[in-house]
Design a protein around this ligand. Structure first.
Ligand code: PRX
Length: 626
């Protein structure tokens, strides 16, 4: 673990100078079935990236087996249920190992084998983490789909990866609601011919329909024992697929591999959070997102830490739930999203003060830029000016944190993610693709691979190449803009493509437009983001309808329903404006820049609109907006 600023500087310099030696030393701290022959083999121009080439391992051996000897009774997963009156579960490393092995055997008994894709559509209960690890143990590739996605979105993801199995639950608790997961899964499976087995966990005990491929999880588990040797995996074998939105309609199934992902998530967890043996670490994300994969499951467990899993929401039963849980479990590390902080900041601070938060040592932020107000509220009311805040910048594609301070070790700076991790060569580029030296603002890019960079998009290598490696040859292009101060600290300024981060969720505008265009009355639509108090960004949809005389409130309602059905409730636009046209260039391209300014109310910052094909439409939208 890096313990001081000077050590950080030396380590970063060494990692830059000789990345192979640096990562090779870190990787040798893990258990390998056989060692790698070459640390890194890469060519960004192809692109082709391989880490720890020829090495053999199983990530679950590193997360579980090696700890059952040294700390069998330490809590690995601490589960806090949605309902605060339901007892929390402390699952020790020994118990977790046993349950993962048994679940792995259940998967095998139902036909799963190495290389198969298994879709997981489950609530935030321990069995979700166990299912993920069980897949990894047998070498099946997990594809977790966030339980807030709709049947259409679930089916698209299952079909894209040709999953042979679906793991789900009867339902999930979420605040005062229950979500009928099995019902949604049933609807999805109608169009998924590759799935031949659906294992259903009982969580809510609600009534469910039963199909010929369905089996109860608890019944299947009873049929198998808990002896499950690990499947030996190649370092570059896929570990999982996780879908993220892109600028075009189809979601991108990012593929992460066993060796590099393990080494990098474990290394960054250890150094960013600086967790000590008796600490209790809580990341509030859902395992349906990359944050949950890397920093609830794999990173913490690979370090033998105690990782909290929370089933509920920050507002249930009241807006002090986070703080109540922190006090109850004496949380030392609390890692959440700016959108949650902004939502909680709107409530009286007495809700925070009534709980004893003295156990807290480190706070974290992830998923979107954290604004100064939220940063200071977090620092003052939650951290009591006593806890370093790590603002961690990374992506589904990067697998692990690329830019962040190290808690209490490197300096923090409000609203800045600060410095790249050792081994991460971040640069700023201008529009011509030239590197900017020193202070400046531009496009963020990464010059050299790190071990957990996604290796491809499942089934679409060309798209992987085009999206991430073609815009600026020789660099990985994440799609974010950034500015850099004189000390080299990075502040992420936001997306430079058509992805909008809403409440920390990465949403492509194209799939939302496609969903809106499904409405029979809609001729054309354009979706853009605009600044929002709590969500960071919200969505505004400009919609042209066939008959301008129709009742716009009915259309708006139907459009929201259509989006919820096709993608999920998170993608519903906040504002829908029925317009008679969209500002276009003479070549017919929609001027999204102008639509963004209009949605943000920046009517006087539109620039020259005289070259538009239809400048009069801008005046019309302005009138509608005011
Ligand atoms: O725009 C950046 C933003 O979230 C994007 C990645 O989203 P996703 O793949 O869903 O992963 C989210 C969790 C890692 C990035 O391209 N983002 C993420 N973290 C930060 C951030 N923007 C600013 N500051 C951050 N700390």
């Amino acid at each position: 673990m890096i313990n001081s600023l000077s050590e950080f500087k030396v380590t970063s310099a060494q990692a830059k100078e000789n990345p192979d030696t640096f990562w090779s030393e870190i990787a040798s701290e893990f258990q390998w079935k056989s060692p790698w022959k070459q640390t890194l083999d890469f060519d960004f121009s192809k692109p082709e990236i391989k880490w720890f080439v020829g090495g053999k391992l199983n990530i679950t051996e590193n997360c579980l087996d090696r700890y059952i000897e040294t700390q069998p009774n330490k809590t690995a997963i601490l589960f806090e249920p949605n309902d605060p009156t339901e007892t929390a579960q402390h699952i020790s490393y020994k118990k977790l190992h046993k349950r993962v092995c048994q679940t792995a055997n259940m998967l095998k008994a139902n036909g799963a084998k190495k290389g198969d894709r298994i879709c997981i559509y489950m609530p935030m209960v321990p069995e979700l983490a166990i299912a993920v690890l069980a897949c990894a143990r047998i070498g099946a590739i997990h594809s977790v789909v966030f339980a807030g996605f709709s049947a259409t979105a679930l089916a698209a993801r299952i079909n894209d990866a040709s999953c042979s199995m679906l793991l789900t639950a009867d339902g999930g608790f979420r605040g005062s609601k229950t979500i009928a997961l099995k019902e949604i899964a049933d609807e999805a499976l109608v169009s998924c011919s590759t799935v031949n087995c659906c294992l259903v966990l009982q969580r809510t005990q609600q009534e469910v329909q039963w199909n010929s491929t369905d089996k109860w999880w608890h019944e299947e588990l009873e049929k198998v024992d808990d002896n499950c040797p690990v499947e030996v995996m190649d370092s570059e074998d896929p570990l999982f697929i996780l879908y993220t939105s892109g600028s075009t309609g189809k979601p991108k199934g990012m593929v992460h591999t066993c060796g590099g992902y393990m080494v990098y998530t474990a290394y960054t967890f250890k150094n960013v959070f600086q967790c000590q043996p008796n600490d209790v670490y809580w990341c509030t994300a859902d395992i349906g997102w990359i944050t949950g994969h890397s920093y609830i499951v794999y990173g913490p467990l690979a370090n033998g830490a105690t990782s909290v899993m929370f089933e509920g929401v920050p507002s249930y039963p009241a807006f002090d739930r986070f703080w109540e849980v922190c006090a109850k479990h004496k949380i030392t590390h609390f890692y959440t999203a700016p959108t949650a902080i902004r939502a909680l900041e709107k409530h009286p601070t007495s809700l925070v003060e009534k709980h004893d938060l003295s156990s807290l040592k480190v706070l974290g932020s992830v998923g979107e830029p954290i604004n100064a107000e939220a940063w200071h509220w977090y620092d003052e009311h939650v951290g009591k000016h006593n806890c370093p805040i790590v603002d961690t910048w990374w992506q589904t594609e990067t697998g692990g944190i690329l830019i962040s301070s190290l808690a209490g070790v490197t300096p923090q700076k409000p609203t800045f993610a600060t410095l790249p991790m050792p081994g991460v060569q971040a640069v700023l580029l201008n529009n011509e693709g030239d590197e900017i030296e020193g202070e400046g603002e531009g496009i963020l890019a990464i010059k050299h691979p790190w071990p957990s960079i996604a290796r491809t998009i499942w089934g679409d290598y060309e798209r992987y190449k085009n999206v991430y490696f073609s815009a600026y040859p020789g660099y990985y292009f994440p799609g974010d803009g950034a500015l850099r101060d004189a000390e080299g600290n990075y502040r992420i300024t936001g997306r430079v493509d058509d992805v909008v981060i809403v409440s920390g969720h990465n949403l492509g505008t194209a799939p939302i437009e496609n969903a809106i265009n499904e409405h029979s009355e809609v001729v054309e639509s354009a979706v853009v983001g605009f600044p929002h108090d709590i969500k960071g960004n919200a969505l505004c949809a400009y919609v042209i309808v066939r008959d301008m005389g129709v009742d716009s409130s009915t259309i708006e309602k139907e459009i929201r329903e259509e989006v919820a059905k096709t993608i999920g409730p998170i993608a519903k636009p906040d504002r829908i404006l029925v317009v008679s046209g969209l500002p276009k260039t003479r070549s017919g391209k929609i001027m999204r820049r102008i639509l963004r300014k209009l949605a943000a109310g920046e009517h006087d910052q539109l620039g020259d609109i005289s070259t538009l094909l239809n400048p009069e439409i801008v005046e019309e939208i302005k009138r509608q907006n005011s």
